[in-house]
Design a protein around this ligand. Structure first.
Ligand code: GLA
Length: 719
């Protein structure tokens, strides 16, 4: 597991993957191979036989570029384009040097995969330059051996004498042999995030993107190609995900030789960047995963990378508290008495953290005002935040608070004082969504305001958790006062500003647990997880809908990143009735919590909730750090199932769900995976003992309960 250089090839060799680069005197940086592990990098031969086409196409259009450039016979998405002072956007790069070194250089100002001393990470940096304009590209690949992933990013340096405008700057762009693949992406909308799409790759390719100024509900910054025969457990998958929270492009081009090319990076539709002489531009980082073990293999590599090399700080390895949030219990309509009543019941049942959601500040009794005015409403909370927090602490629970720091309501003191602080374009109307505008975080003074306003509240009261919400996407994404030829930088400058704000606040309050949110899961990406270890998965808390949302989210993101709450029945989004056991059994597939008034439950339901809380406390280490294996897809049938295996393999949790019952139903067995065939496993609920082989090959029958929306949770201990 290392990066080596021999016979002109840089061979990045992980546990089960290899990626081979070569510098070509005529064609610049080539990517000769990405896939299953090779014993050595001896693959230069793949260029043999690539010649000019019989009549029309140039040899250059068949080359496997690692950094494809426009204007010399390559016609798909370019990885780097820069308009120069001659008015064209041509770049021609030649090799300057390369370096292989231990570890990974920190990328200033952006979220990223990090390394730790002694973890064996290695990087290869390749420098290429354009002799005519001086534009220079520094491509960095890093191997993270522990989780078997490779990262890639690019820094562009203007070493010439004239300004250039970058119009394409992709984080990764890799050719794959052939085009007979399926494409997998995660798409959705508010309340139905990250549904899995698997479609044959068409000969015109595919373009997955966000132009929203947030990664968004609609698409996730992830794309994968798989062999047509790949399953959850078998077959090859090549995947890319971006460590970024703004507009992105994830594309798969297919050229006329039926060669596929996967690329991911900033969306060129919404970003260009003027680079003055001697300035640099750094792209976000892409995480590349090859799996020979199907989609579960792919997800497990993403999960371990996110858990250990994206999420940082105190909460990385701490078990997460079981929380209760008042949003669906009260919406804006609460006072101290109501909150105390909900909290007391929660504390009695063993819940560890109370989260006060929207409505505690300014005059906010509905969603039409006060965002930006982070001052407590003493009509609702006479003792201020400190008062309510101390009462909650007195019940033995920690206290958490909701903010939406990036926003401003037109009806707010902040907006009245600073009407130019929101994103807008001069002479155009300001489009409101949820009656709010977005603060222009590309401006330093706006960043500083947010840092000081949020920090003041956090300093003033014992706050252990923050829910950081963001409830609309960008419209007029321009910046008051910035030069005209830099207006298209605004979206990315906003993200850089947001990352600075989050970095300052999370570093100043290292023990506070931050949970991201964006109208549910509208900014669920690795960029956010670098600052905030968990994210609210969806505003849709219906357990049946959640099966798909959580299953889809798990394609890239670990259970420890997903907020999942038990809410009221009938559900507020779907009006469906389900048992509290079904709701809890689905919610324990993420960071377990509640979002209802537990006082409204019957005694029987309360007993069931108590049991779920006790169960989660007992097994949450496995739920949060174990290997997650998808067994049955809710996208393919009436059942869903997944399994958690603890890091030391001693504990196994099986979770299975059925949507609808049927008269005289067929028998349905769930087959576990990744157990030790010859070990014995004791079922902790029944005391029965099974061999690993039996659980995997003879399976467990889903009980015939003759009711819709049923679940089965079983935990096993290795004897
Ligand atoms: C968003 C969030 C919800 C809740 C509301 C409050 O919709 O996703 O969980 O916090 O905002 O306004």
């Amino acid at each position: 597991m290392s990066i080596t250089y021999s016979d002109g090839i840089i061979h990045i060799q992980g546990k089960s993957t290899s990626l081979c680069l070569m510098v070509h005197p005529e064609f610049g940086l080539l990517n000769l191979y990405w896939g299953a592990r090779l014993p050595d990098g001896n693959v230069a031969y793949v260029l043999d036989g690539i010649t000019d086409g019989a009549s029309f196409d140039l040899k250059s259009s068949r080359m496997p570029y690692d950094l494809p450039l426009r204007g010399s016979g390559y016609y798909q998405t370019p990885a780097l384009c820069a308009v120069n002072n001659m008015g064209n956007d041509l770049v021609k790069l030649s090799y300057v040097s390369h370096e292989i070194y231990r570890g990974k250089k920190h990328i200033p100002g952006l979220p990223q995969v990090y390394t730790e001393e002694g973890d064996g990470a290695q990087s290869a940096e390749i420098l290429l330059t354009d002799a005519l304009t001086g534009l220079t590209a520094c491509v960095t690949y890093t191997l993270i051996p522990e989780t078997d992933v490779i990262t890639r990013s690019m820094k562009v340096i203007n070493a010439g004498n004239s300004p250039v405008t970058l119009t394409h700057m992709m984080s990764a762009s890799i050719p794959l042999y052939g085009s007979d693949y399926d494409v997998i992406n995660l798409s959705g909308a508010w309340a139905r995030e990250r549904h899995i799409n698997r479609t044959p790759l068409a000969h015109y390719g595919v373009r997955i993107e966000s132009q929203r100024g947030a990664s968004g509900h609609e698409q996730n910054p992830f794309i994968a190609l798989s062999e047509k025969t790949a399953t959850e457990h078998t077959g090859s998958v090549w995947a890319m995900a971006l460590v970024y929270s703004g507009s992105f492009l994830a594309a798969c081009d297919v050229n006329n030789f039926h060669t596929a090319r996967l690329s991911i990076g900033l969306n060129p539709e919404t970003c260009s960047w003027k680079l003055m002489p001697s300035e640099e531009f750094q792209t976000p980082e892409a995480v590349l995963v090859y799996s020979g073990g199907g989609f579960n293999g792919m997800s497990q590599k993403f999960h371990s990378t996110i858990r250990r090399r994206i999420v940082r700080g105190y909460w990385r390895d701490e078990v997460r508290p079981i929380l209760i949030n008042n949003w669906e219990a009260t919406y804006f309509n609460f006072n101290e008495e109501k909150i105390e009543k909900i909290a007391r019941k929660a504390a009695n049942l063993g819940i560890e953290l109370f989260v006060l959601d929207d409505g505690w500040f300014g005059r906010r009794n509905t969603d039409n005002c006060s965002l930006g005015d982070w001052v407590v409403n003493t009509d609702k909370l006479p003792g201020g935040i400190r008062g309510i927090a101390e009462k909650i602490n007195g019940m033995g629970m920690k206290f958490g608070l909701w903010f939406e720091p990036e926003m401003v309501s037109p009806d707010s003191d902040l907006y009245r004082a600073h009407p130019d602080w929101c994103l807008h374009a001069e002479g155009r109307s300001r489009t409101e969504a949820r009656q709010q505008l977005i603060l222009n975080l590309s401006r330093r003074e706006v960043q500083d305001y947010i840092i000081s306003a949020v920090s003041a509240v956090l300093r003033d009261a014992p706050i252990d958790y923050v829910k950081w919400d963001m409830n609309r996407n960008m419209t007029e994404y321009f910046s008051y006062g910035r030069e005209a030829d830099r207006q298209m930088e605004t979206q990315h400058r906003y993200m850089l500003g947001l990352y600075r704000v989050m970095d300052e606040i999370t570093s100043a309050f290292p023990k506070v647990l931050f949970e991201g949110c964006s109208g549910g899961g509208g900014r669920f990406d690795m960029g956010m997880l670098y600052y905030m270890p968990q994210f609210w998965t969806s505003d849709d808390t219906d357990p049946v809908e959640r099966l798909k949302i959580q299953y889809g989210t798990s394609f890239v993101y670990p259970a420890s990143a997903m907020g999942a709450h038990v809410s009221a029945s009938p559900n507020h989004q779907t009006f469906r009735n389900t048992s509290v056991k079904m709701r809890a059994d689905v919610a324990l597939g993420g960071n377990f919590g509640f979002e209802l008034d537990l006082n409204t439950l019957t005694d029987e339901e309360t007993a069931s909730v108590k049991e779920s809380i006790e169960f989660v406390k007992k097994v949450r280490k496995t739920l949060q750090t174990g290997t997650f294996i998808r067994l049955e897809s809710p996208f393919e049938g009436n059942y869903a199932a997944w399994e958690f295996v603890s890091e030391d393999q001693s504990t196994v949790i099986l979770a299975a769900y059925r949507r609808l019952t049927a008269p005289n139903p067929c028998m349905k067995k769930i087959f576990l995976k990744s157990l030790d065939e010859n070990s014995q496993y004791i079922n902790e609920q029944t005391g029965k003992t099974y061999s690993g082989a039996a659980l995997m090959h003879a399976g467990i029958l889903f009980p015939d309960t003759r009711r819709d929306y049923q679940s089965m949770i079983q935990s096993f201990r290795k004897a």
